[in-house]
Design a protein around this ligand. Structure first.
Ligand code: SF4
Ligand code: SF4
Length: 391
């Protein structure tokens, strides 16, 4: 991690204030301003497309967080938008959000969750998942409901899901509908613009896409069509090597993602107080310094561990292995240090624990230059680890 302009001691001061009740739910800006007025006053806000929601450029990816005190501190600092999902931590992530927000004024935060029904699920099954999410969140509605991890247009525009989301909006359980995507992003974003149904897209976006004209063009088009654009995976894995000796300059990476006006806010995953303060410092200053630019350029020059979801590998394996899903699992484990998610992703693929065994020569050419066979052999075993040992 890059050095934050905040340090733990500063944070602890703020944490103590919050614990002592100085940070109320209604007047949080004023109280936090007394802790750090310069930063708070300068927070940059952007409109989330045509949704009518206006957000600080830095939001909170709750996915891996399991400490409600971090949510409390974030809320006190001025974070407004919190992103969770039906599937995160087997539902505990939504429950933690529900417990924290249950006594907060409903208009003081924006909550987004995601559901990922089976491809052939009915609209009723979709709505059941939403109801369970609302129950865990202890909320009557979510501000944004995403169809989660969309890879192709058929899933994106499934009539059953579109009907379910339309019903959910009509009944008031959902204010805005969106989809999230880690793969095939440019194509799906363009398809969403053409169809005109979705109001928000949550997409992978980071410094490795600086020269990706297709994705940058799709984002511009979506922005101009009034679709809200939320960026994720902004740190491109956070590390450049398995042994974690080469960190990405995360502050610079977040600034890069926000340096395009087409990205309205980003949801860096936050699991520690240091990360919280570091990310929040970007909310008031998204300009990249020359040394930050240079750090990102150096990172771009390294292969790293980030699978861009470019889909170039699709169809190359004679055994039809889902290479990019496996590379994503690898990234969860080795870059994001999130083995539970890596295991969940691997198990969902229903493969053996050594799917490349006996294959003499790997014919898959990964665009990022990964040694695909070695990485698959490494990650596929994680399905054998009992879930209770992993976080
Ligand atoms: S080694 Fe490569 S080609 Fe062979 S099964 Fe594995 S991914 Fe497929
Ligand atoms: S070609 Fe490489 S970077 Fe692209 S999706 Fe496949 S594994 Fe990921």
């Amino acid at each position: 991690m890059s050095k934050s302009s905040f340090n733990r001691r500063n944070f602890l001061k703020l944490g103590a204030a919050a614990t002592a009740g100085f940070i109320s739910s209604s007047g949080k800006t004023a109280e936090v301003s007394s802790v750090n007025p310069e930063k708070q006053d300068a927070v940059i806000y952007r409109n989330l497309g045509n949704t009518g929601i206006r957000l600080p450029v830095v939001s909170f990816g709750v996915m891996r967080a399991d400490n409600p005190n971090i949510l409390k501190a974030a809320y006190g600092l001025g974070f407004k938008h919190f992103d969770t999902a039906h599937g995160y931590q087997g539902g505990r992530n939504e429950e933690m959000c529900g417990n924290f927000f249950k006594d907060k004024p409903r208009d003081s935060f924006v909550i987004a969750t995601k559901v990922k029904p089976e491809r052939n699920a009915s609209g009723e099954e979709f709505l059941k998942m939403l109801d369970l999410s609302l129950e865990r969140l202890r909320m009557e509605y979510v501000d944004i409901l995403y169809l989660h991890a969309v890879d192709d247009e058929e899933y994106l525009h499934s009539p059953a899901f579109i009907e379910a989301m339309t019903l959910a909006k009509k009944s008031g359980k959902v204010k805005h509908v969106g989809f999230s995507t880690h793969r095939n992003m440019a194509h799906l974003i363009n398809a969403a613009v053409d169809k005109g149904f979705y109001e928000v897209v949550l997409t992978t976006y980071n410094f490795r896409y600086a020269e990706d004209d297709e994705l940058n063009g799709a984002l511009k088009r979506a922005h101009e069509a009034g679709i809200g654009i939320v960026g994720m995976k902004n740190m491109a894995g956070g590390w450049l090597d398995e042994d974690k000796t080469k960190p990405v300059n995360c502050k610079a990476a977040l600034k890069f993602a926000l340096s395009t006006p087409y990205v309205h806010t980003c949801i860096p995953g936050i699991v520690s107080f240091d990360m919280l303060m570091e990310n929040w410092s970007v909310a008031s200053d998204v300009r990249l310094s020359p040394s930050e630019e240079s750090d990102l350029q150096l990172a771009r020059n390294e292969q790293g561990m980030f699978c861009s979801g470019c889909s170039s590998c699709v169809g190359q394996c004679p055994r039809n292995l889902p290479v990019s899903d496996l590379m994503r699992s690898y990234m969860y484990n080795y870059a994001y240090s999130y083995p539970a998610k890596a295991r969940e992703t691997v198990l969902a693929l229903n493969l053996s624990d050594d799917p490349c065994v006996g294959c003499e020569e790997c014919t898959v050419h990964c665009k990022a230059g990964f040694d695909v066979k070695a990485k698959i052999t490494n990650i596929a075993r994680i399905g054998n680890v009992p879930g209770e040992f992993l976080v």
